[in-house]
Design a protein around this ligand. Structure first.
Ligand code: PHB
Length: 397
């Protein structure tokens, strides 16, 4: 440190003390240290198949914080953004842009499970607060769980853990599974396989294609030949809209029942058009949830962003709510880690999806709804699983 910098620092600290003394307050060093803005970094997909998911998440976060005056624990916010392109090979590098270059206090991201593993490594190495607003990769809240990492969305097998039983109850006992082949789809399959086989269903074939490939034709031809009672799948974003359309265009709609992890019909019902009607899914949210909380949220979101909210907007919103609760508990001083984590661990999130709490491993304990697309909306048919928790296997916190 040069003589002039240290002198400047001493002068400014002195000035702060004089200012504090003149108001009758002597501020401790920790208060001086946190008088600047809180630096919040978004690492989300803003291009590619999951682009609209990233936008919805950011909208949701901003909406929650704006509703509470636009500050965190009394401090102003400086925002940073990185487009992760849902590209796992750039995950670490992109997370470091926020953590090392921009020196964010909290990183909010991301959507894609593979990219999340990059963020997760950086979060574990640096200790920066990491809030996961979507990606369900099991490791983040199982074997590799961490005190500074909290998920506000779901674990990949959570939504499908209730799917198999719902299908068998409807008489669909022979199914083909199809997915994008990466952690999200493979872990969603675990939930589906367990619930479907336990309920007495048989999985006749597992099909897949690499993310983000959307050439479904050959696979749909194979499904037509297999003639199962039902198809169950994991697809999201642009790929989900195309899959539903191609399924209908291949003549399978109305002949083979189409089910999915609920992401299949999130944010894409309009794009899929009539192909989405009647599709049944399980998820921790539904447009049609008949609560004041959800209706107020949907109205306010639509007014602000001129578009309908979906599960990703809700997850973003809940991420904002969680961050607010944490920051308020430490009056904006995010360096008070034990108190910050304790507040977030004990948070009850009053979400549009229904109230939820954090599991020990930092993953939501939440209800799963059975939904059906009726007239362009995810209508609630019932609760498929109540207060469902991920196993958190291997997590020691
Ligand atoms: C994931 O990669 O974890 C993922 C992506 C999109 C979804 C759900 C999960 O809708």
């Amino acid at each position: 440190m040069t003589h002039s910098t240290s002198r400047r620092q001493m002068l400014s600290q002195g000035a702060a003390l004089v200012g504090a003394a003149s108001t009758g307050l002597l501020l401790p060093q920790s208060v001086l240290a946190q008088s600047g803005k809180i630096r919040v970094g978004f690492m989300l997909p803003y291009t590619g198949t999951y682009a609209q998911l990233g936008v919805a998440i950011e909208n949701g976060v901003r909406m929650a914080i704006n509703e509470q005056g636009g500050k965190l624990g009394g401090r102003e916010i400086e925002w940073f953004k990185v487009d992760d392109e849902s590209e796992p090979s750039k995950g670490i590098e992109n997370a470091n842009k926020l953590v090392q270059r921009d020196k964010v206090d909290v990183i909010i991201g991301t959507v894609h499970s593979g990219v999340q593993m990059g963020i997760h490594k950086v979060a574990r190495d640096s200790g920066v607060l990491s809030l996961i607003p979507n990606a369900g990769v099991h490791a983040a809240t199982r074997a590799l769980c961490a005190p500074n990492v909290f998920r506000t969305s779901f674990s990949n097998s959570q939504p499908t853990m209730a799917l198999g039983e719902a299908m068998v109850k409807r008489g669909h006992k022979k199914a083909v599974w199809i997915t994008h082949k990466y952690a999200a789809g493979d872990e969603a399959f675990e939930g589906f396989r367990d619930s479907y086989t336990k309920a007495g269903g048989t999985i006749v074939k597992e099909l897949g294609l690499p993310f983000p490939n959307v050439e479904f034709q050959a696979l749909l031809t194979e499904i037509a030949a297999l003639k199962p009672d039902a198809v169950a799948c994991f697809f999201a974003g642009g790929a989900a809209a195309k899959f539903m359309k191609d399924f209908a265009a291949a003549g399978l709609k109305g002949k083979i029942a189409l089910y999915g992890s609920g992401f299949l019909t999130e944010g894409v019902i309009e794009a899929a058009g009539p192909a989405a009607e009647g599709v049944m899914t399980t998820l921790h949210y539904a447009d049609g949830l008949d609560t004041k909380r959800n209706k107020d949220f949907r109205l306010a979101y639509a007014k602000t962003f001129k578009m309908q909210p979906d599960v990703y907007a809700v997850q973003g919103y809940d991420t904002g709510l969680l961050l607010i609760q944490g920051a308020n508990a430490v009056k904006g001083d995010l360096s008070q880690k034990p108190a910050l984590y304790k507040a977030m661990e004990g948070a009850v999130i009053d979400s549009p999806r229904g109230k939820w709490t954090m599991s020990k491993a930092h993953n939501p304990v939440q209800d799963m709804y059975l939904r059906e697309v009726v007239k362009g909306e995810n209508k609630v048919l019932g609760i498929a699983a109540k207060a469902l928790a991920d196993s958190g296997a291997g997590c020691r916190l």
